[in-house]
Ligand binder design. Sequence first.
Ligand SMILES: [Zn+2]
Length: 301
Amino acid sequence: MNVKGLVFSGISCFFLLTSCATSKVPPKTVTKVIRDTVIINSKTDKPEMTRAAKLENYNVTTDYYPSISQDERVRFLVLHYTAINTELSLKVLTQKDVSSHYLINDYDDKQINLLVDETKRAWHAGISKWKGLDNLNFSSIGIEIVNLGNGTGGVFQPYPDYQIKKVGELSRDIVTRYNISPFNVVGHADIAPGRKPDPGPLFPWKKLYTDYGVGAWYDDADKYLFIQQYPWDTTSSVFITQVQTDLKKYGYEVPANGMIDTQTKNAIIAFQMHFRPEKYDGIVDAETWAILKALNKKYNP
Ligand SMILES: [Zn+2]
């Protein structure tokens, strides 16, 4: 190779190296195949490819070129009570046109039933809306808890500790794996106010937050601060519109019409059952108002 040739090859190497430096080189990966499921492990933090087409005439490659433009389909965790006993719950949730991913029985044992694979859609939320998104079956994991509450009769039943331990550990596992935001851990009542009351005012949301780090809860200091700012005139359309705006900001589906209509009142009741369960009458008193403000300050600043 003459001098001219050396210079040329040096330049082309330079361009080659430059282009290599700017393009992404796929990381070296270890591929493990279990039946038709391909799990690709990598030292880098990459998503798993767990389901893929398997074709007779084409090689659907498992080479690791993951797109960075992806996120979880699951964004919400919805908690329910079944209102019927364990035996009936299992029957209904597996043989009727309603289901959930998990069922928590009311026995003091170590069992949690998986009824629907997490990659599949369970039919638990029905007509629902949260944070502007509807039909939450598409985007949520549903947990049914055996509890004989009866919202329509206004009778609710407490949850034993051993049951809450199961709910807590399972929920913590789910929100961690899907990185579900605290305010997206909701009750059926939150996403379908007026239509559904579960898991009811006796469900210990605060305990779920303090003992398991699951879901949202307000800071007491903020609540007391806002209580002192509770306005005198709480009947004006300006005040009511602000409450509606705050409820919507947190996630509830309400209009901003300045009126305590049925939809708004039902949302307030659902909010109170979740965050102020001592009194859920649909009236925005100082404490309800302050808790709503404190939650938005913490989670939607
Ligand atoms: Zn429900």
